[in-house]
Design a protein around this ligand. Structure first.
Ligand code: NAD
Ligand code: UDP
Length: 350
């Protein structure tokens, strides 16, 4: 807010987390598409605390107004219901383009819509960046590497994607979104940043969105069987959401226009991960005084088609050009998330 704006009193602002007072020249007008989703809401928190003006654009398909409702009414914050497949005009300095469902059940629910979101949504936001001369960052994904034949995956690996399988709407959607991004960069000089994000978890992940971390924690907290798909030998590397938000902000404010992997190199088989989550849920419950918490069993369900066999980021570029590396261990992050879901369950909000 403007320091000379007398209509805003400090008393009114005291109900919000304290935001930095930036001089107008340093305060950016930031558009966050998908800002009501899991990653988006954490990014919005950080940008708000840093003192920027933040506009969230979201159609609330997988996101929820509640993830950012603590900012509603703050003079630096605005939330707009909008589907990015339609054009949108706003004056802004930076665009973080996140809008796209990220969990396999959600993005496969309406594959055609997912492709439209990736293609038309990115086209519209790049058009906006071109018109307003805003810097544009897209949250791409490790899925552009598909079921990789190179391990770990560096940014110069071209990938191994089945273009007609059930995951293609997301994988190929993001690949074409990257192609569009570099098209606008080369043809129109749009200032672009491309983050290739690896599996990320943390509070505010929709508990029922079907991704492995939320599924396992909720199942273990309820004492239900943990569902491992296939034989559990496939691997993933998990990063905590605060590390990702650091990486996105560093990348946006760097000079790096090439794609940058952002992920944690801590790789687990899904079987190991199920056991880790089960043990940590029991530990947290014991620390909270629950007597004899139930230790979930592990049950095996069919492997979904085209499920990548292994995934681990090569983060050399992020270290070299951004000075970024993850600070949260998977164990620390899981404990935080268990406590978050436990509190939500206790208050009856999930
Ligand atoms: P999410 O599903 O929680 O959030 C996506 C947000 O985008 C939601 O708020 C949703 O309502 C909104 N959205 C979807 N389609 C839209 C549309 N057509 N118009 C406007 N808004 C729309 O997912 P997330 O985990 O927060 O992922 C955010 C971004 O990060 C996505 O682009 C995703 O592809 C990328 N990413 C995430 C991960 C991860 O592990 N979380 C990994 C790789 C990439
Ligand atoms: N998975 C699992 N049980 C679940 C959900 C997922 O075993 O309840 C597996 C899934 O088959 C994949 C891995 O966990 O091998 C990660 O799945 P997720 O949907 O979280 O993300 P992906 O990396 O596949 O997009």
């Amino acid at each position: 807010f403007h320091p000379n704006d007398n209509s805003i009193s400090y008393t009114t602002l005291s109900r919000f987390p304290p935001v930095k007072l930036l001089p107008p020249a340093n305060r950016k007008r930031v558009l966050v598409t998908g800002g009501a989703g899991f990653v988006g809401s954490h990014l919005v928190d950080r940008l708000m605390l840093l003192g920027h003006e933040v506009t969230v654009l979201d159609n609330f398909f997988t996101g929820s107004k509640t993830t950012v409702s603590h900012w509603v009414g703050h003079p630096n914050f605005e939330m707009i219901r909008h589907d990015v497949i339609e054009p949108f005009m706003i004056e802004c300095d930076q665009i973080y383009h996140l809008a796209c469902p990220a969990s396999p059940p959600h993005y496969q629910f309406n594959a055609v819509k997912t492709i439209k979101t990736s293609f038309m949504g990115t086209l519209n936001m790049l058009g906006l960046a071109k018109r307003t001369k805003a810097r544009f960052l897209i949250t791409s994904t490790s899925e552009v590497y598909g079921d990789p034949e190179v391990h770990p995956q560096p940014e110069d690996y071209w990938g191994h994607v089945n273009p007609i399988g059930p995951r293609a709407c997301y994988d190929e959607g993001k690949r074409v979104a990257e192609t569009l991004t570099y098209g606008f960069h080369r043809q129109d000089g749009v200032d672009v940043r491309v983050a290739r994000i690896f599996n990320t978890f943390g509070p505010r992940m929709n508990p029922y969105d079907g991704r492995v971390v939320s599924n396992f924690i909720i199942q273990a907290l309820k004492g239900e069987d943990i569902t491992v798909y296939g034989d559990g030998k496939q691997t993933r590397s998990f990063q905590y959401v605060h590390d990702l938000v650091d990486g996105l902000i560093y990348l946006m404010n760097s000079d790096e226009t090439r794609p940058v992997n952002i992920g944690n190199g801590d790789e687990f088989t899904i079987q190991q991960f199920a056991e880790l989550v089960r043990d940590l849920v029991v530990k947290v419950q014991q620390e909270d005084g629950v007597e004899n918490p139930r230790r979930s069993d592990i049950k095996y369900e069919p492997m979904p088609p085209d499920d990548p066999q292994m995934r681990r980021p090569d983060t050399t570029r992020a270290k070299e050009v951004l000075g970024w590396q993850p600070r949260w261990t998977v164990k620390m992050g899981i404990e935080e998330m268990v406590r978050y879901y436990k509190a939500k369950m206790a208050e009856g909000s999930m």
